[in-house]
Design a protein around this ligand. Structure first.
Ligand SMILES: [Fe+2]
Length: 277
């Protein structure tokens, strides 16, 4: 066999470097798509949580950018936020949608979603700390959170950002036990916890982003454009679940259209107990 030798030896390492870079890029894309696939599976069961996660992901990225995170960390932040509640797939829908206060057993079950989510993601070897974001998004600076009662800087910065975005989005959206509170009351609630339960820098970043917006709808609209312009998340920003969320029969996309929704004033005690469960 007459195999013509490649005489340009200097080109070989360059070619291999290009191929290696392309292979790494493909691996990264496959991992991003894997996280999206997991999110999509969970969305088939619970569109409401999928919608919440997408909003939290967009807001978290805007906050992270303001806090100076580089594109690598922003990518991980987006993906972690996109599946931060994936553990709720293991919680009965009847409990998640309960309009009244939880019993102790129900609360314990719901709170298990953070660890369940981390366990679901554990087999994936990822270049981003997504499992930690999922595991820690309900931890609080003063140790009052769950599941590990972590304190302060023992909580990953990305998880501290998602924690603030999570609570804010929850309070700006209808829930089975109350209707949406609005931007200003939500910001005020977070301001009370800044430096105590919530990362003060993350709260400041949220305030800078949200305070100027006229409405929650305007805020989410501006975030979607902002995140897309950054171009750092490849397919992550193609809105994997579609612009419109089509809920299965009996499962409301918005609780305001749900028969479970209650007037905001009728559940003030519940709100005071836990405005963002
Ligand atoms: Fe959660």
């Amino acid at each position: 066999m007459n195999v013509k030798p490649d005489t340009d030896l200097t080109a070989q390492p360059l070619r291999r470097a290009d191929e290696l870079e392309e292979a790494l890029g493909n691996c990264r894309l496959a991992l991003i798509q894997t996280v999206h696939a997991m999110s999509a599976v969970a969305a088939r069961r619970d569109q409401f949580t999928a919608h919440h996660q997408l909003r939290v992901a967009e807001l978290s990225v805007a906050m992270g950018r303001r806090l100076g995170l580089d594109s690598e960390r922003l990518e991980g932040l987006y993906l972690g936020a996109l599946v931060h509640d994936i553990g709720k797939i293991a919680i009965p829908w009847e409990i998640l949608s309960k309009p009244g206060a939880f019993t102790a057993a129900e609360r314990s079950l719901v709170e298990s979603h953070a660890q369940i989510g981390a366990d679901i993601l554990a087999p994936l070897i990822l270049p981003w700390p997504i499992q930690l974001i999922v595991a820690q998004h309900h931890e609080r600076l003063d140790g009052s959170g769950y599941p590990a009662r972590l304190r302060g800087e023992a909580i990953l910065p990305e998880a501290r950002i998602v924690a603030v975005a999570d609570v804010f989005q929850s309070m700006c959206d209808d829930r089975p036990y109350r209707l949406a509170l609005g931007i200003d009351p939500a910001l005020a609630e977070l301001e009370r916890g800044a430096g105590v339960t919530f990362d003060a820098d993350a709260v400041r970043a949220l305030q800078a982003i949200a305070a100027a917006e006229r409405s929650v709808e305007a805020l989410w609209g501006s975030l979607a454009v902002d995140a897309h312009d950054a171009g750092a998340y490849a397919c992550a920003l193609e809105r994997p679940h579609g612009a419109a969320f089509e809920a299965p029969p009996g499962i409301p996309v918005s609780w305001s259209s749900s028969p479970l929704a209650t007037p905001a004033g009728a559940c003030r005690a519940q709100r005071a107990e836990d405005p963002h469960r």
